[in-house]
Design a protein around this ligand. Structure first.
Ligand SMILES: NC(=O)c1ccc[n+]([C@@H]2O[C@H](COP(=O)([O-])OP(=O)(O)OC[C@H]3O[C@@H](n4cnc5c(N)ncnc54)[C@H](OP(=O)(O)O)[C@@H]3O)[C@@H](O)[C@H]2O)c1
Length: 296
Protein backbone atom coordinates (compact mmCIF):
# COMPACT_ATOMS: atom_id res chain seq x y z
CA UNK A 1 0.00 0.00 0.00
CA UNK A 2 1.31 3.44 -0.94
CA UNK A 3 0.46 6.14 1.61
CA UNK A 4 0.84 9.87 1.03
CA UNK A 5 1.21 11.82 4.29
CA UNK A 6 0.60 15.56 4.07
CA UNK A 7 1.56 17.81 6.97
CA UNK A 8 4.45 15.44 7.65
CA UNK A 9 6.40 18.14 9.53
CA UNK A 10 3.60 18.98 11.99
CA UNK A 11 2.98 17.64 15.48
CA UNK A 12 0.77 14.76 14.38
CA UNK A 13 2.62 14.29 11.10
CA UNK A 14 5.88 13.60 12.92
CA UNK A 15 4.20 11.04 15.17
CA UNK A 16 2.55 9.42 12.15
CA UNK A 17 5.94 9.07 10.49
CA UNK A 18 7.46 7.60 13.64
CA UNK A 19 4.61 5.10 14.11
CA UNK A 20 4.26 4.04 10.45
CA UNK A 21 4.00 0.25 10.19
CA UNK A 22 6.68 -1.63 8.33
CA UNK A 23 5.76 -2.94 4.91
CA UNK A 24 3.94 0.05 3.49
CA UNK A 25 5.38 2.66 1.19
CA UNK A 26 5.18 6.00 2.98
CA UNK A 27 5.58 9.15 0.86
CA UNK A 28 5.83 12.32 2.95
CA UNK A 29 5.01 15.91 2.10
CA UNK A 30 5.65 19.06 4.11
CA UNK A 31 5.63 22.67 2.94
CA UNK A 32 9.40 22.77 2.35
CA UNK A 33 10.47 19.21 3.11
CA UNK A 34 9.64 15.54 2.74
CA UNK A 35 9.67 13.35 -0.35
CA UNK A 36 7.39 15.82 -2.15
CA UNK A 37 7.67 19.36 -0.70
CA UNK A 38 4.41 21.15 -1.55
CA UNK A 39 2.56 24.32 -0.63
CA UNK A 40 -0.88 22.75 -0.33
CA UNK A 41 -2.60 26.05 -1.06
CA UNK A 42 -1.20 25.87 -4.62
CA UNK A 43 -3.80 23.87 -6.57
CA UNK A 44 -1.49 23.08 -9.49
CA UNK A 45 1.32 21.86 -7.24
CA UNK A 46 -1.13 19.79 -5.18
CA UNK A 47 -2.69 18.19 -8.23
CA UNK A 48 0.71 17.40 -9.74
CA UNK A 49 1.85 15.80 -6.49
CA UNK A 50 -1.26 13.62 -6.19
CA UNK A 51 -0.91 12.39 -9.77
CA UNK A 52 2.83 11.81 -9.40
CA UNK A 53 2.50 9.83 -6.16
CA UNK A 54 -0.70 7.95 -6.98
CA UNK A 55 -1.42 6.91 -3.37
CA UNK A 56 -3.81 4.18 -2.23
CA UNK A 57 -4.31 6.13 1.01
CA UNK A 58 -3.87 9.82 1.77
CA UNK A 59 -3.40 10.78 5.41
CA UNK A 60 -3.95 14.51 5.66
CA UNK A 61 -2.33 15.89 8.80
CA UNK A 62 -1.98 19.38 7.30
CA UNK A 63 -4.33 22.12 8.41
CA UNK A 64 -4.63 25.73 9.50
CA UNK A 65 -4.36 25.11 13.26
CA UNK A 66 -3.84 28.65 14.59
CA UNK A 67 -7.25 28.89 16.28
CA UNK A 68 -7.07 32.55 17.32
CA UNK A 69 -5.39 33.77 14.12
CA UNK A 70 -8.16 32.13 12.09
CA UNK A 71 -10.57 34.77 13.44
CA UNK A 72 -8.62 37.40 11.48
CA UNK A 73 -7.76 35.19 8.48
CA UNK A 74 -10.95 33.23 7.75
CA UNK A 75 -10.26 32.88 4.02
CA UNK A 76 -6.75 31.52 4.54
CA UNK A 77 -8.02 29.10 7.21
CA UNK A 78 -10.76 27.94 4.84
CA UNK A 79 -8.29 27.15 2.06
CA UNK A 80 -6.49 24.65 4.29
CA UNK A 81 -9.40 23.37 6.37
CA UNK A 82 -12.22 23.28 3.80
CA UNK A 83 -10.75 23.39 0.29
CA UNK A 84 -7.80 21.05 0.87
CA UNK A 85 -9.90 18.13 2.22
CA UNK A 86 -12.36 18.76 -0.63
CA UNK A 87 -9.61 18.42 -3.26
CA UNK A 88 -8.11 15.35 -1.58
CA UNK A 89 -11.53 13.70 -1.30
CA UNK A 90 -12.27 14.48 -4.95
CA UNK A 91 -8.99 12.89 -6.01
CA UNK A 92 -9.70 9.82 -3.88
CA UNK A 93 -13.19 9.46 -5.39
CA UNK A 94 -11.79 9.47 -8.90
CA UNK A 95 -8.96 7.05 -8.11
CA UNK A 96 -10.72 4.69 -5.69
CA UNK A 97 -8.28 5.68 -2.97
CA UNK A 98 -8.99 6.24 0.73
CA UNK A 99 -8.67 9.55 2.59
CA UNK A 100 -8.00 9.86 6.31
CA UNK A 101 -8.32 13.47 7.42
CA UNK A 102 -8.67 15.17 10.81
CA UNK A 103 -11.29 17.41 12.30
CA UNK A 104 -11.86 18.83 15.75
CA UNK A 105 -13.97 18.93 18.89
CA UNK A 106 -14.36 22.65 18.12
CA UNK A 107 -17.13 21.76 15.64
CA UNK A 108 -19.25 21.51 18.80
CA UNK A 109 -20.34 24.56 20.75
CA UNK A 110 -21.55 25.53 24.16
CA UNK A 111 -22.07 23.14 27.01
CA UNK A 112 -22.78 19.40 26.92
CA UNK A 113 -24.32 16.87 29.27
CA UNK A 114 -22.46 13.78 28.02
CA UNK A 115 -19.52 13.04 25.70
CA UNK A 116 -20.23 14.20 22.15
CA UNK A 117 -21.17 11.49 19.67
CA UNK A 118 -20.42 11.76 15.97
CA UNK A 119 -24.07 12.40 15.07
CA UNK A 120 -24.62 15.17 17.64
CA UNK A 121 -25.58 18.58 16.40
CA UNK A 122 -22.56 20.71 15.49
CA UNK A 123 -22.47 24.42 16.32
CA UNK A 124 -18.93 25.77 15.99
CA UNK A 125 -18.38 29.09 17.70
CA UNK A 126 -15.01 29.90 16.14
CA UNK A 127 -13.81 30.43 12.57
CA UNK A 128 -11.43 27.50 13.03
CA UNK A 129 -14.32 25.22 14.03
CA UNK A 130 -16.46 26.52 11.15
CA UNK A 131 -13.76 25.90 8.56
CA UNK A 132 -13.04 22.39 9.91
CA UNK A 133 -16.77 21.60 9.79
CA UNK A 134 -16.92 22.90 6.20
CA UNK A 135 -14.06 20.50 5.42
CA UNK A 136 -16.01 17.60 6.92
CA UNK A 137 -19.05 18.53 4.84
CA UNK A 138 -16.98 18.74 1.65
CA UNK A 139 -15.59 15.25 2.25
CA UNK A 140 -19.09 13.88 2.94
CA UNK A 141 -20.47 15.52 -0.22
CA UNK A 142 -17.67 13.95 -2.30
CA UNK A 143 -18.86 10.47 -1.34
CA UNK A 144 -15.22 9.40 -1.13
CA UNK A 145 -14.04 6.44 0.91
CA UNK A 146 -12.91 8.51 3.85
CA UNK A 147 -12.29 8.52 7.56
CA UNK A 148 -12.98 11.93 9.09
CA UNK A 149 -11.25 11.65 12.46
CA UNK A 150 -12.39 14.22 14.98
CA UNK A 151 -9.84 14.66 17.72
CA UNK A 152 -9.21 17.11 20.55
CA UNK A 153 -6.60 18.94 22.62
CA UNK A 154 -3.62 17.31 20.87
CA UNK A 155 -0.30 17.56 22.70
CA UNK A 156 3.19 16.10 22.52
CA UNK A 157 6.76 16.73 23.59
CA UNK A 158 7.22 18.87 20.48
CA UNK A 159 7.04 22.66 20.88
CA UNK A 160 3.84 24.60 20.26
CA UNK A 161 1.20 22.80 22.32
CA UNK A 162 -0.34 23.15 25.77
CA UNK A 163 1.86 20.66 27.64
CA UNK A 164 5.15 21.83 26.15
CA UNK A 165 4.17 25.45 26.86
CA UNK A 166 3.29 24.91 30.52
CA UNK A 167 6.29 22.70 31.21
CA UNK A 168 8.61 25.28 29.64
CA UNK A 169 7.28 27.81 32.15
CA UNK A 170 7.30 25.35 35.06
CA UNK A 171 10.93 24.55 34.29
CA UNK A 172 11.74 28.19 35.05
CA UNK A 173 9.85 27.96 38.33
CA UNK A 174 6.95 30.13 37.11
CA UNK A 175 3.61 29.56 38.80
CA UNK A 176 0.74 28.96 36.40
CA UNK A 177 -2.86 30.14 35.97
CA UNK A 178 -4.93 27.70 33.94
CA UNK A 179 -8.57 27.70 32.81
CA UNK A 180 -10.71 25.34 34.87
CA UNK A 181 -14.11 25.80 33.19
CA UNK A 182 -13.31 24.09 29.88
CA UNK A 183 -13.44 20.30 30.00
CA UNK A 184 -12.19 18.05 27.21
CA UNK A 185 -10.30 14.96 26.09
CA UNK A 186 -6.55 15.66 25.95
CA UNK A 187 -5.04 13.49 23.23
CA UNK A 188 -1.38 12.51 22.96
CA UNK A 189 -0.24 12.81 19.34
CA UNK A 190 1.55 9.46 19.70
CA UNK A 191 -1.69 7.69 20.57
CA UNK A 192 -3.61 9.49 17.82
CA UNK A 193 -0.94 8.38 15.34
CA UNK A 194 -1.17 4.79 16.56
CA UNK A 195 -4.97 4.83 16.25
CA UNK A 196 -4.70 6.36 12.77
CA UNK A 197 -2.56 3.45 11.58
CA UNK A 198 -5.08 1.04 13.13
CA UNK A 199 -7.77 2.70 10.99
CA UNK A 200 -5.54 2.50 7.93
CA UNK A 201 -5.43 -1.28 8.36
CA UNK A 202 -9.15 -2.01 8.86
CA UNK A 203 -11.58 -2.75 6.06
CA UNK A 204 -11.75 0.26 3.73
CA UNK A 205 -14.68 2.60 4.34
CA UNK A 206 -17.42 2.35 1.69
CA UNK A 207 -17.98 6.09 1.84
CA UNK A 208 -17.32 8.94 4.26
CA UNK A 209 -17.21 7.85 7.92
CA UNK A 210 -16.84 10.24 10.83
CA UNK A 211 -15.12 8.84 13.94
CA UNK A 212 -14.02 10.36 17.23
CA UNK A 213 -10.49 9.49 18.39
CA UNK A 214 -9.27 11.17 21.58
CA UNK A 215 -7.83 10.43 24.99
CA UNK A 216 -10.18 8.23 27.04
CA UNK A 217 -11.67 10.24 29.87
CA UNK A 218 -12.26 13.91 30.61
CA UNK A 219 -10.31 16.68 32.32
CA UNK A 220 -10.34 20.46 32.56
CA UNK A 221 -7.29 22.31 31.27
CA UNK A 222 -6.49 23.02 34.92
CA UNK A 223 -6.64 19.35 35.95
CA UNK A 224 -4.56 18.42 32.93
CA UNK A 225 -1.94 21.08 33.75
CA UNK A 226 -1.74 19.79 37.35
CA UNK A 227 -1.25 16.22 36.09
CA UNK A 228 1.45 17.34 33.65
CA UNK A 229 3.34 19.37 36.27
CA UNK A 230 3.15 16.55 38.84
CA UNK A 231 4.24 13.96 36.27
CA UNK A 232 7.10 16.13 35.01
CA UNK A 233 8.33 16.75 38.56
CA UNK A 234 8.09 13.05 39.46
CA UNK A 235 10.12 12.07 36.41
CA UNK A 236 12.73 14.82 36.91
CA UNK A 237 11.81 16.86 33.81
CA UNK A 238 11.30 19.90 36.05
CA UNK A 239 13.07 20.50 39.37
CA UNK A 240 9.91 20.83 41.50
CA UNK A 241 6.17 21.20 41.03
CA UNK A 242 4.94 24.80 40.62
CA UNK A 243 1.58 26.15 41.80
CA UNK A 244 -1.23 25.84 39.25
CA UNK A 245 -4.10 28.21 40.03
CA UNK A 246 -7.54 27.56 38.53
CA UNK A 247 -9.04 30.51 36.65
CA UNK A 248 -12.15 31.01 34.51
CA UNK A 249 -12.22 31.51 30.75
CA UNK A 250 -13.27 35.10 31.44
CA UNK A 251 -9.93 35.62 33.20
CA UNK A 252 -8.04 34.36 30.13
CA UNK A 253 -9.52 36.23 27.17
CA UNK A 254 -8.70 34.70 23.81
CA UNK A 255 -9.55 35.89 20.31
CA UNK A 256 -11.54 32.73 19.48
CA UNK A 257 -14.23 31.31 21.71
CA UNK A 258 -13.64 27.71 22.88
CA UNK A 259 -16.40 25.25 23.80
CA UNK A 260 -16.83 24.74 27.55
CA UNK A 261 -17.51 21.02 26.98
CA UNK A 262 -15.27 19.20 24.52
CA UNK A 263 -15.37 15.58 25.65
CA UNK A 264 -15.57 13.11 22.76
CA UNK A 265 -17.32 9.73 22.87
CA UNK A 266 -14.96 7.38 21.00
CA UNK A 267 -17.06 4.21 21.15
CA UNK A 268 -17.70 4.20 17.39
CA UNK A 269 -13.94 4.01 16.74
CA UNK A 270 -13.63 1.19 19.26
CA UNK A 271 -16.50 -0.75 17.66
CA UNK A 272 -15.12 -0.15 14.14
CA UNK A 273 -11.59 -1.30 14.98
CA UNK A 274 -11.81 -3.44 18.14
CA UNK A 275 -9.06 -1.21 19.47
CA UNK A 276 -9.04 0.32 22.96
CA UNK A 277 -7.82 3.92 23.17
CA UNK A 278 -5.41 4.87 25.94
CA UNK A 279 -6.77 6.71 28.96
CA UNK A 280 -5.61 10.29 29.47
CA UNK A 281 -3.35 9.56 32.46
CA UNK A 282 -1.49 6.67 30.80
CA UNK A 283 -1.04 8.63 27.58
CA UNK A 284 0.39 11.60 29.49
CA UNK A 285 2.84 9.25 31.27
CA UNK A 286 3.93 7.79 27.91
CA UNK A 287 4.43 11.25 26.47
CA UNK A 288 6.51 12.38 29.46
CA UNK A 289 8.56 9.17 29.31
CA UNK A 290 9.58 10.12 25.74
CA UNK A 291 9.93 13.82 26.52
CA UNK A 292 13.59 14.18 25.73
CA UNK A 293 13.35 12.10 22.56
CA UNK A 294 10.27 13.25 20.61
CA UNK A 295 9.92 12.13 16.98
CA UNK A 296 11.82 14.50 14.71
N1 LIG B 1 -3.53 20.52 17.85
C1 LIG B 1 -4.74 20.30 18.37
O1 LIG B 1 -4.99 20.55 19.56
C2 LIG B 1 -5.83 19.72 17.51
C3 LIG B 1 -7.10 19.53 18.07
C4 LIG B 1 -8.12 19.01 17.28
C5 LIG B 1 -7.86 18.69 15.96
N2 LIG B 1 -6.63 18.88 15.43
C6 LIG B 1 -6.39 18.57 14.03
O2 LIG B 1 -5.38 17.58 13.96
C7 LIG B 1 -4.63 17.73 12.74
C8 LIG B 1 -3.14 17.78 13.06
O3 LIG B 1 -2.88 18.89 13.91
P1 LIG B 1 -1.42 19.19 14.50
O4 LIG B 1 -1.58 19.43 15.94
O5 LIG B 1 -0.44 18.20 14.01
O6 LIG B 1 -1.14 20.61 13.78
P2 LIG B 1 0.24 21.29 13.34
O7 LIG B 1 1.36 20.83 14.20
O8 LIG B 1 -0.05 22.75 13.25
O9 LIG B 1 0.48 20.69 11.89
C9 LIG B 1 -0.19 21.21 10.77
C10 LIG B 1 0.76 21.09 9.59
O10 LIG B 1 0.10 21.63 8.43
C11 LIG B 1 1.12 22.26 7.65
N3 LIG B 1 0.62 23.24 6.72
C12 LIG B 1 -0.16 24.31 7.00
N4 LIG B 1 -0.34 25.03 5.88
C13 LIG B 1 0.34 24.39 4.88
C14 LIG B 1 0.53 24.64 3.50
N5 LIG B 1 -0.01 25.71 2.89
N6 LIG B 1 1.29 23.79 2.78
C15 LIG B 1 1.86 22.70 3.37
N7 LIG B 1 1.71 22.41 4.68
C16 LIG B 1 0.96 23.25 5.42
C17 LIG B 1 1.99 22.94 8.68
O11 LIG B 1 3.22 23.24 8.09
P3 LIG B 1 4.00 24.59 8.46
O12 LIG B 1 4.57 24.32 9.83
O13 LIG B 1 5.01 24.72 7.38
O14 LIG B 1 2.97 25.68 8.47
C18 LIG B 1 2.07 21.89 9.77
O15 LIG B 1 3.16 21.03 9.58
C19 LIG B 1 -5.20 18.99 12.08
O16 LIG B 1 -6.17 18.63 11.14
C20 LIG B 1 -5.86 19.73 13.23
O17 LIG B 1 -6.90 20.59 12.77
C21 LIG B 1 -5.60 19.39 16.19
Amino acid sequence: MKVLLTGAGGQLGRHLRAAAPAGLQLVTSARHAGDHPCDLTDPAALSAMLDAVGPDLIINAAAWTAVDAAEDHPDDAAVMNRDLPAVLAGWCSHHDAVLLTYSTDYVFGGAGQRPWREEDLTAPNSVYGQTKLAGEQAVIESGARAFIVRTAWVYSALPGNFVSAILARAEHGEDLRVVADQVGSPTWAGELARASWVLAAVERPRGPECLHVAGRGAMSWHEFACAAVQGAAASGLIKAPVAVAPISSADWPQRAQRPAWSVLDCSRYQQRTGDELMDIETALDRCLAQWTQPPC
